[in-house]
Design a protein around this ligand. Structure first.
Ligand code: GCU
Length: 393
């Protein structure tokens, strides 16, 4: 950029350290802007502006007002505990223990499922599973989860063997040349309001100075754990470090979106029917409201976000900006026409409103895709064809 002699370039806006109370925020029926600074008259006009101050500013706003701030990333040490060829046809199933930050209580039990015959390093799908790794296949060799099994899964880990197999059509994913890296969400944080304070939250603290009410909720914890597993996958598994996508359905789609929005760990996201707190706009009239999501799942977000109940137009950030934080990487959104609770139209509108971020960074807006299939809220084996096709890997 050229500056006239005698002029100095304007200083970038200072990082956000103060956040107005919800009651002090203005009503804004239109979507918050992608590029205008929150606390000054600056406008991001270049990739450098975006990376240097606007992206960090948006992350700080989402952390404070919506999801809660996560601790800084920590070191991961890992041990392979088992390896079985052919447990899934055509694949090796490996089991790993990942210890986070040297804390013996903070261990993620990760399953790595790799194609046995691959030309070159395979691309990878990283995702949380709901009921434990043993729920993906019926084979009794898979280690049972020792973390909390939520009632929606069954009364014991053993009872859940193979129960999530249709959501994870591993044989087909392997046939298509992809590897899968997955772990039980309860290893990071159980999806249970009463047990919310256990696991990673017991071991790690939000950054110094974070007000307790803006400290990480479950989605933020899941996102943090996913980012560690993604970074570990890139360096320790021999899989393709440049083609790692994070996948999630519904609440796990919200966590997947957040995980790569606030880090550069993943090359792509597949957010399936992610709804409120995911790809759907707060300002969209349809689907789940901020009030209802916080009443039903008080542990998912921080304690600031419920303040926007029935005041959606006051949110200083909206979900098109969460998508924009993925620029210039690939975003794959899939919804279903009868799944009105997840607000497919609100996700479509967010995907369109996010696209100028790709343009600013010199990337094609084709990298942002939204598709709607017929049917309801569920993961069908055929959805995986949509996901993998849309990745284009
Ligand atoms: C509930 C919740 C949604 C969530 C969904 C799911 O319906 O209201 O926000 O996405 O569960 O995770 O299946």
């Amino acid at each position: 950029m050229l500056f006239l002699a005698g002029c100095t370039p304007p200083e970038p806006p200072a990082p956000l350290t103060e956040f107005p109370e919800v009651s002090a925020l203005p009503e804004r029926p239109e979507l918050p802007p992608l590029f205008d600074s929150f606390n000054s008259k600056h406008v991001a006009k270049t990739a450098a502006d975006w990376n240097d101050w606007r992206r960090p500013q948006l992350i700080a706003l989402f952390d404070h007002y919506v999801y809660g701030a996560r601790p800084p990333m920590v070191d991961v040490s890992s041990t392979r505990t088992a390896s079985y060829d052919g447990l899934v046809p055509g694949a090796r199933w490996e089991e790993w223990d990942l210890q986070l930050g040297g804390d013996a209580r903070a261990v993620l039990h990760v399953a790595v499922i790799k194609p046995l015959s691959a030309t070159g390093a395979p691309p990878v799908i990283v995702g949380l599973n709901k009921c434990g790794n043993q729920s993906l296949v019926a084979d009794p060799r898979v280690r049972l989860t020792t973390s909390l099994v939520i009632p929606a899964c069954g009364t014991s880990a053993a009872q859940t063997r193979g129960t999530q197999a249709t959501l994870w059509p591993l044989e087909r994913i392997i046939q298509r040349g992809f590897a899968v890296v997955t772990f039980h969400e309860s290893d990071a944080a159980p999806d249970d309001d009463e047990k919310f304070a256990t696991m990673l939250r017991a071991s790690f603290r939000a950054p110094e100075g974070t007000p307790p009410r803006a400290s990480w909720g479950t989605l933020s914890i899941w996102a943090w754990a996913l980012a560690h597993v993604g970074a570990w996958t890139a360096t320790e598994t021999g899989l393709d470090s440049t083609r790692i996508a994070v996948f999630g359905h519904s609440r796990r789609g919200k966590a997947a979106l957040l995980s790569g929005a606030v880090t550069n760990t993943f090359a792509a996201v597949i957010a399936h029917q992610s709804g409120t707190g995911g790809a759907a706009l707060n300002r969209s009239a349809e689907g789940e409201t901020i009030e209802l999501i916080n009443l039903a799942f008080p542990h998912w977000f921080d304690d600031v976000y419920p303040g926007f109940a029935n005041a959606e137009t006051k949110t200083p950030v909206d979900q098109h900006q969460l998508l924009a934080l993925w620029a210039p990487r690939r975003v794959v959104l899939v919804d279903a026409d009868e799944d009105r609770w997840a607000d497919p139209d609100g996700a479509f509108a967010a995907s369109v409103a996010a696209q100028p971020a790709w343009t600013l960074l010199g990337a094609s807006t084709d990298l942002v895709s939204w598709q709607q299939r017929l049917g309801m809220h569920s993961v069908e084996p055929s959805d995986w064809e949509l996901f993998l096709d849309a990745l284009g890997w």
